[in-house]
Ligand binder design. Structure first.
Ligand SMILES: [Zn+2]
Length: 317
């Protein structure tokens, strides 16, 4: 786990900022801020209240427009992008309809219970503690969106136009990217993981590949991923390449009659094994198997974490 003190606010110029939490592994998400005049729009909150408060304080010291956040956009339902919402509870909070529905499923209470029971879970428990044990899931009041949309929504921040484009289901059920045309900046949420492994909880993979193409077609100068360092269109193409590779390798093994577990253990990741959290291949393969029509019962989250723990051990050993 990276040291929290690595977190920093990058000034992208023209009233845009990216808040980055290296190294971008489990729960260490990025966020963004778009300002014009004294109006502000925040893209995502963080996994817990102390992290989110520190981010907001850093933003206020960088620009007075952050003193009162007018609008918050949650790019998707994962807790590392919305558990801090209550700290901007006076803002208009916007998400896709699908994300708003999904937000109630894995609550801070779920995470707390999972970590409390982790001691009895053996290897999977150790994995969970390593991934999530440094976050504080106590006392969080899940604060849902006040407005939802489907497909596309344009917003004004001062005189500036911001486009919300729903590209999910892909990483989750309702992923949204946020495009600021006049600045040529895109905030992608978890459609992009940079130097880290994308995790496809939902699929279909074709939607995610299309989302990468869409980012490239918008011709941005700066792209702020959901996890990892700033990038540009090259980051979108790298994620696209990973998805195509994993889709094709998984398809071969599905057609050869391997189980999803066997396929996940068998696929050689080559250069992608250098990306953080490469064991997420386990989730990606299971999601692809469902998409390909595998009729065996879908594994629950604990079974997936067990398999990821096993893969992580093999890579270390
Ligand atoms: Zn995330």
């Amino acid at each position: 786990m990276a040291m929290r003190d690595d977190a920093r606010l990058e000034d992208l110029g023209g009233g845009l900022f990216a808040y980055l939490q290296p190294d971008g592994s489990w729960g260490l998400s990025n966020a963004g801020l778009v300002c014009d005049g004294d109006e502000s729009l925040l893209i995502d909150t963080l996994y817990d209240l102390p992290l989110t408060q520190r981010m907001l304080d850093t933003m206020v010291s960088a620009t007075p427009a952050a003193q009162k956040i007018d609008t918050l956009v949650n790019t998707h339902a994962n807790g590392d992008h919305c558990y801090g919402n209550e700290l901007v509870g006076d803002a208009r909070i916007i998400a896709s309809k699908a994300s708003a529905e999904e937000m109630n499923e894995v609550t801070p209470e779920t995470m707390r219970a999972l970590l409390e029971g982790a001691a009895e879970l053996g290897e999977a428990g150790e994995f969970l503690r390593r991934a999530f044990g440094a976050f504080d899931f106590e006392g969080i009041t899940l604060t849902p969106p006040t407005e939802t949309f489907e497909g596309r929504l344009d917003l004004q921040v001062g005189d500036r136009r911001v486009e919300l484009i729903e590209v999910g289901p892909a990483h989750t059920r309702g992923d949204v990217i946020l495009h600021v045309p006049d600045a040529r900046v895109i905030f992608t949420g978890d459609i992009l993981f940079i130097d880290g492994t994308p995790i496809m909880w939902e699929g279909p993979v074709a939607n995610w590949i299309d989302a990468c193409d869409r980012i490239v077609a918008l011709d941005p100068e700066v792209v702020v991923p959901g996890h990892g360092p700033l990038t540009d269109t090259r980051g979108a193409l790298a994620v696209r390449d990973y998805l195509v590779y994993v889709r094709d390798e998984t398809r071969k093994r599905f057609e050869a009659g391997l189980t999803a577990r066997e396929a996940a253990l068998d696929i050689q990741l080559g250069d992608y094994s250098a990306w953080l959290d490469s064991e997420r291949i386990a989730v990606n393969v299971h999601t692809l198997y469902r998409e390909f029509g595998d009729s065996s019962p879908a594994p629950g989250p604990l079974a997936l974490f067990e398999l990821m723990a096993e893969l992580a051990r093999e890579r270390r050993g």
